[in-house]
Design a protein. Sequence first.
Length: 59
Amino acid sequence: MPKFNVTLKASLARGELYWVARVSAPDEDAAMAEAERLFFAELDAPTEWAFSDADVESL
């Protein structure tokens, strides 16, 4: 089964969130659906989240 790197962007009230997932799926539509499923599964455990990279720019 092909592998895909899927990037999802969520626009929230106080910022934007990018979710990048590596998934196996038969096609791009299925890859998007699987990435969304994985994202929503992570929402169930936000206390396990940790940021590993950051970039700060002066405005």
